[in-house]
Design a protein around this ligand. Sequence first.
Ligand SMILES: Cc1cc2nc3c(=O)[nH]c(=O)nc-3n(C[C@H](O)[C@H](O)[C@H](O)COP(=O)(O)OP(=O)(O)OC[C@H]3O[C@@H](n4cnc5c(N)ncnc54)[C@H](O)[C@@H]3O)c2cc1C
Length: 585
Amino acid sequence: MTAYTAPIEDVAFLLGRVFDFDTRMAGLPGCEEVDTELAVSVLEEAGKFASEMLEPLNRPNDEEGCRLVDGEVVTAKGMAEAYRAFAEAGWTSLSGDPEHGGQGLPRVLQLLLDEFLCSAHLSFSLFPGLSRGAVEAIEAHASPELKAAYLPKMIAGEWTGAMALTEASAGTDLGLLATRATPNGDSSYAVRGTKIFISSGDHDFGGNVIHLVLARLPDAPKGVKGISLFLCPKFLPEADGALGARNALSVGALEHKMGIHAQPTCVMNYDGATGWLVGEPGRGLAAMFTMMNAERLMVGVQGLGVAEIANQKAAAYARERLQGSGGNGKGPVAIVAHPDVRRMLLSGRAFIEAARALAVWTALQMETAARHPDAATRAEADALVALLTPVIKAAFTDFGFETAVAAQQVFGGHGYIREWGMEQYVRDARIAQVYEGTNGVQAMDLVTRKIGLDGGAPIRRFFDLVRADLGAAGPAAGAALTAPVAEALARLESATTVLRTAAAPEVGAAATDYLRLFALVAFGWMWVRMAAAAAPLGDAATRTERRKPALAQFFVDRMLPQTTALHATVGASAASTMALEANAI
Ligand SMILES: Cc1cc2nc3c(=O)[nH]c(=O)nc-3n(C[C@H](O)[C@H](O)[C@H](O)COP(=O)(O)OP(=O)(O)OC[C@H]3O[C@@H](n4cnc5c(N)ncnc54)[C@H](O)[C@@H]3O)c2cc1C
């Protein structure tokens, strides 16, 4: 079985040819020294770490899983060593704030590193992913004392982070949560309650585990307005940062689950655990959203990462597996000759490369939102990121799962048995559609909040950007590509107009289809940009670049037409969806 190869050529193409990375970085304070050459050399090293250190552990770690021994999590063999090597090599601090020991490199490098980790070892990727989300929430909302005590160790990767929201009766609806926090009389609180499904809740990597826990203060109002955020460490740090007494939090059990077996998903008991308030009382959900938005993008990238490796393995298999005559009477031929096998592989490729481009574009907007000297430009970029976040989370994980299933299908029966490892990708990819807000809830966020943000200004700006790029790319990309994408854009604009004035059941019934329609248009936009950037390269084009126009045309011919059906379902009445009584469904 072939090993994982990080898509470095594609990254170099996106940064250097499609997104004019060097000019963009030159205009952002703090990024002036970063260019494509530096980014690619950093990512080459990241790719090596992922393929040489992590990928070999993926399968054995999945087989072994995690255990709870005397109340402590024991991770699978090799994971702790790999995590320490990862932190020592500086990967946990890549995009961290230099004020707290981070390297301050742009988010786009972080996002691509994340993709490589997710391809190589999804269970592993959650540790640094959650730690970074916790760091962002602490940076944005915690007191200077908490920042000084926790951020340097977390950014250095000595301490990890966990996100503790979910309870047995409070999943999507966090307003129902019951965990309580009472003041201890000093600056701390005692947190009491049980959380379920807490990823990276504990481990045996050494150091500390920093839980960000949602809980209610005494007399807090019901619902989300009564929720506050608390930082509860596994060990209470001494003044000098050394690990002190064990805090009153413990792992009650490990969840037994379909995939990500090497990731400890914990039932956490907080039995009067000492915690400190992060942000304002009653504003916990708003503070937690800093972490949740970071995680939503990260989870989208999980879908992309698993799709990439599953597709790589399926393509390699399809080139070697001999079955069937290929229609010329001579045989057997490699199955990659069969149009239906090509359909599966190319649908995956056409999603993966457009999704990576969209993720890079979004990460560049995030950098602009964080660093641009002009406040209006920052706000505009921030609103575009907010608009795209549910699309990336849900569409990347839906298409990512579909790609993993198609890659498994390419293996026929050999994909279903464990030996080839393809069934693990299907099991692992599945969770990304569920956690961090289910994909249905992401679609509701898009249709009920994001398309109406600022009176619809961000979505209009998005449409204008796509239209302008289609116009600019037209001569290089060709009308066979740009015209169908322009028509799909018109469908999306019309569906948006319908939903912005529709009643609640219509909006709810159409949400998931609308999100997919949105994603397909965004992918089409990216394909036009990539095809236009690759067209003039001629003999200088790399192997990756030479493939772009054909992949773009495949996407437009075979995937973009789904937008017609989606436009129809978005516009259909919700009456049939709501007609049956609950007990008749
Ligand atoms: C392996 C794993 C790891 C996890 N890691 C973490 C973690 O680290 N930290 C953490 O806090 N949580 C974590 N979770 C919890 C996860 O985020 C929740 O499971 C998820 O948000 C859904 O909540 P629920 O399971 O209670 O489903 P429910 O909220 O009961 O939803 C059930 C179904 O109803 C739909 N639904 C619910 N409300 C609405 C609505 N208003 N509109 C439309 N549809 C709706 C949902 O889309 C879903 O299909 C994890 C879960 C798993 C399985």
